[in-house]
Structures are given as structure tokens and as C-alpha cells.
Design a protein around this ligand. Sequence first.
Ligand SMILES: [Zn+2]
Length: 120
Amino acid sequence: MQQQKFKNWHEKQLYTSFAWLVSCLMCGFLFATVVEYVAKYASGIFTIISLVALYGIGIAAIELFRRFWMKFSFTQYCASSATCENCGSYGLFKVRTDTWPIYARCQKCDHQWVIGQDDE
Ligand SMILES: [Zn+2]
């Protein structure tokens, strides 16, 4: 069972989400490049192959954006609940990387709360 400081964990989640976003943008550039290729050079069977490739790249871009957005909004949601209600310290707790929801315990005042419970 691995534990990380919340701030480190949060940073890592953000980096991961932006890696998905950059991949999505790369897919976008690749898409534009293939479109240009189809418009200028492709003929016969290569047109069909290029269109199939475009389809795949398009699906990949959508999926990559979805992953970015899910991770990013999740991370921001956690960050918005990371302030201790008792003493107001931000992110002063550890996160178990393999469990959900996050059981937070303030390291300053020992106040406990849960991030990600459904009945909030
Ligand atoms: Zn506290």
C-alpha cells in the first residue's frame, strides 16, 4: 500500500492528465497531416487506407481527450475538497494511491474527512 503527500499526488495526477492532452493534440496534428496527404496525393486504394487511418486517428483523439478530461476534472474535484474544515490547512494529508474514496486526516489538527463520498 503506497502513500503519497496530497500535493505530490495532485501534481502527479495533473501531469498525467496533461500527458493525455498532449497526446490528443498530437493526434490532431497527425489527423491534419493525413487529410492533407489525402487531398494532395492519395489515389485508388491509398485513399481508402488513408480514410480508415483517419477514422482510427479520430477515435483515438476523442478517447485521449476523454481521458484527459476525466483525469483533470477528477483531480480538480479532489483539490477543491482538500482544505481541512477545522483548521483551514490545504492538502496536509497523505493519499493512498490504490484506494477510493480518499480518507483524509489533517496532519496539523487530526481532523478527518472523506473526499469522493457519494452523499456529499
Ligand atoms: Zn486541520
